[in-house]
Design a protein around this ligand. Structure first.
Ligand SMILES: Nc1ncnc2c1ncn2[C@@H]1O[C@H](COP(=O)(O)OP(=O)(O)OP(=O)(O)O)[C@@H](O)[C@H]1O
Length: 286
């Protein structure tokens, strides 16, 4: 159980954590106030428990997160700061933050539990999975599902033209920033594989390397198939959309209206999201 406040020399006052916003398989997310931003703004503070004792991995993870912050874009949930912390008795110790020079990473005493703490933009309506819970069993309106789908597709289109791949599109990674305009932001860019690595240490170097390629603008590097990876984002989004329309994960799909079926058919063969003409047409209708 996490304490409700955390103190560290880097966040030179107390960081107050109030409501719990949600939890994932490896994380707990709280509403917090970023102590270094004036005027005070609310942020989401994500604590991920790290089971690894591998310092090299931690260092690489921070490098990846730094790239993530550098590539902050419209449509992505902004990441403000990250820290590696652990608890000693009643106090929290910050081992390093993103601003530290990674060459000087200390050898962390690994007897205690460590957490990766990520401060990110707060999306007040939470994830689409939250919204589904809020609907209490009622089916999401098709028009709402279509808007969520198309807005996410637009964000992916932008990312993909810059050779950035999300890699873990799911109903819990699409956050609702504004419910009136149905504005969404993608979170956990690249975190899905970090989370995976926390569990499975063997694949660390491979997938961190792949992630770095994803972030890189020079994709001519060997051993990486952008087409394939971009397509996996598209397939994941397609599954999310089907789920929103039908409440079923797979199989037993009811017939979709022809415009939607057309998008699915196009998605099936899509290499480049910018080519999705029927999605664009549908977007203009909304
Ligand atoms: N930036 C944010 N603003 C508002 N709510 C958030 C934010 N980030 C996460 N949440 C809430 O916290 C929940 C848990 O998010 P988290 O990213 O830790 O795990 P997850 O992606 O849902 O699950 P998993 O780790 O199993 O993939 C989300 O479903 C969402 O409701």
């Amino acid at each position: 159980m996490l304490e409700t406040t955390i103190y560290s020399k880097y966040f030179d006052s107390q960081l107050y954590l109030s409501n719990k916003l949600g939890s994932g398989s490896h994380s707990q997310v709280f509403l917090g106030i970023h102590p270094r931003v004036e005027p005070k703004v609310q942020v989401a503070v994500k604590f991920m428990e790290l089971n690894t004792q591998n310092n090299l991995f931690l260092k690489e993870m921070f490098e990846t997160l730094r790239e993530l912050i550098d590539c902050n874009q419209d449509g992505l949930c902004a990441v403000y700061e990250c820290a590696l912390v652990s608890k000693s008795g009643k106090s929290w110790i910050t081992h390093y933050t993103l601003n530290d020079d990674l060459r000087d990473i200390p050898i962390v005493q690994l007897s205690q539990k460590q957490y990766l703490v990520i401060f990110e933009e707060h999306c007040r309506y939470g994830s689409i999975s939250n919204y589904i819970k809020y609907l209490q069993g009622h089916q999401m309106l098709p028009i709402t599902a279509i808007e969520f789908f198309l807005k996410t597709l637009q964000i992916l289109q932008r990312l993909h033209t810059q050779n950035i791949v999300h890699g873990g599109i799911s109903i819990s990674n699409i956050l609702i920033k504004d419910l009136d305009t149905l504005t969404v932001k993608l979170s956990d860019l690249s975190l899905s594989s970090i989370k995976h690595n926390i569990v499975k240490l063997d694949s660390i170097s491979i997938s961190l390397q792949q992630k770095r390629l994803k972030m890189s603008s020079t994709l001519s590097i060997i051993n990486f198939s952008p087409q394939q990876t971009l397509k996996s984002d598209v397939n994941q989004l397609k599954e999310v959309f089907k789920f929103l329309l039908t409440n079923k994960k797979e199989n037993g799909e009811p017939p979709f209206p022809p415009e939607i079926q057309k998008i699915f058919d196009e998605l099936e063969n899509a290499g480049d999201l910018m080519e999705l003409k029927s999605a664009k047409n549908l977007l203009e209708l909304i």
